[in-house]
Design a protein around this ligand. Structure first.
Ligand SMILES: Cc1cc2nc3c(=O)[nH]c(=O)nc-3n(C[C@H](O)[C@H](O)[C@H](O)COP(=O)(O)OP(=O)(O)OC[C@H]3O[C@@H](n4cnc5c(N)ncnc54)[C@H](O)[C@@H]3O)c2cc1C
Length: 377
């Protein structure tokens, strides 16, 4: 027996779930498939910085995790061992916050509670994908049963892709070591982005803690993962400087970092969204914000234009500027700032100083972080 759906989404991560929710009031039958149980998302250690624009979209889906979100009121950007710094303040933008920090698990939980019962086939294994002219047929195993599902559109939201000739990969030779630490004095809703020769160090306010994203070359990341808690705090302190002190570190996790860009977002009746479409360096927290806008834009296009490959082509065209802008922005920040080369350090310092002294330039950067492509001229 072949089951029929309108939209099948592979991957019930935050981006796949956002798409399903954004389509929920429309006429389409939507099913999500994930290889894991949704409960497994509770073990994800990441904290995500979300833009004000992301909050607005999630609120429209009634999936904004209000109590779990910590507002960012100030962002302090500096470089280790060099002059120049920029401070971005909420009060300059007439917004309740510059952005918010949320644990991945709280965000995923808020989205999951909004899904209809039986919307997700959990712990399912995809066996085959067979594209056809008016349907894509997906064969999968769920609860020991092999099922065939014919879908008018197949949307991929499986997260970061592995090696795939359809994806260009640029390895940063950096790993992110993440952990939560308690700051003294308190964080006062201030986020820090500190550029070092090893890579960017970000501190994001989260509850009473800081969520630390400590970017390092792979060998140093090995060493930092192996440190005792006290030595880890000392290494963090050395990289950050003396303005705050840290204690009570939580468990550490690591993520290898590369820019992965899928060349084409659409093939026939299939489309790619979220991290499987583009995986960026976490500097400046763009990844999920971009994936959320992918899902939102795709849903709006399908609701307006129907489930036709031409709608997918329109979707792909509409995402070009945002995804390439985000990739270009983060890639350039990482490459320009992750070096101790003297003249570059001078240029960076002058750049940070210029941003600080020149409000229009600072607003240009801040607005892109707050709104994404909506802020592009
Ligand atoms: C250290 C770090 C810090 C980050 N910080 C930020 C930040 O501050 N702000 C921000 O916006 N972004 C940040 N990101 C990026 C953010 O985590 C991702 O952009 C976001 O999680 C992507 O969501 P997704 O739903 O596309 O993919 P995922 O969250 O990876 O979800 C993919 C889902 O697909 C499922 N899946 C995978 N393969 C299959 C398969 N074959 N069949 C069925 N299901 C499958 C998985 O089980 C999973 O549930 C950060 C990333 C890292 C690594």
């Amino acid at each position: 027996m072949i089951e029929q759906v309108d939209v099948l989404v592979i991957g019930a991560g935050p981006v796949g779930m956002t798409l399903a929710l954004a389509l929920a009031d429309g006429p389409y039958k939507v099913t999500l498939v994930d290889r894991r149980a949704l409960a497994a998302q509770a073990g994800d250690p990441r904290a995500l910085a979300l833009s004000h624009g992301a909050r607005q979209l999630l609120e429209q889906l009634a999936a904004w995790p209000t109590r779990a979100a910590t507002p960012i009121e100030t962002i302090h950007i500096s470089q280790r061992g060099g002059f120049g710094r920029t401070v971005i303040e909420r009060s300059d933008y007439d917004l309740p916050a510059l952005g918010y920090v949320v644990r991945y698990r709280d965000l995923a939980g808020a989205l999951a509670t909004r899904l209809n019962d039986n919307a997700v086939l959990e712990a399912a294994e995809i066996i085959e994908i067979a594209p056809g002219d008016d349907r894509v047929t997906v064969t999968l195993r769920h609860q020991g049963v092999v099922r065939h599902i014919a879908t008018r559109l197949l949307i991929h939201a499986e997260g970061t892709p592995g090696d795939d000739p359809a994806v260009t990969v640029s390895d940063y030779h950096q790993h992110a070591v993440i952990a939560e630490v308690t700051p003294t004095p308190g964080h006062d809703r201030r986020a820090w982005e500190r550029f070092t020769a090893d890579g960017p160090l970000a501190l994001l306010p989260l509850g009473t803690e800081y969520s630390v994203v400590f970017t390092l070359p792979p060998a140093k990341a090995d060493a930092v993962m192996a440190l005792t808690d006290d030595s880890f705090l000392a290494a963090l302190q050395a990289q950050f400087g003396g303005r705050l002190s840290f204690s009570a570190p939580g468990p550490r996790s690591r993520f290898p970092l590369a820019l992965r860009l899928r060349r084409h977002l659409v093939a026939g009746r299939q489309a790619w969204i979220g991290n499987t479409a583009q995986t960026l360096h976490p500097v400046s927290g763009q990844g999920f914000n971009l994936g959320l806008r992918d899902a939102w834009q795709l849903a709006a296009t399908l609701l307006a234009r129907g489930l036709d490959p031409s709608a997918l082509a329109a979707y792909a065209a509409s995402r070009r500027l945002d995804r390439h802008g985000g990739a270009f922005f983060t890639d350039n920040i990482v490459r320009t700032f992750s070096t101790d080369f003297g003249p570059l350090k001078l240029v960076r310092g002058l750049g940070l100083l210029a941003l600080d002294l020149c409000p229009p330039a600072r607003h240009f950067v801040a607005k892109r972080m707050i709104w994404g492509a909506r802020a592009w001229p």
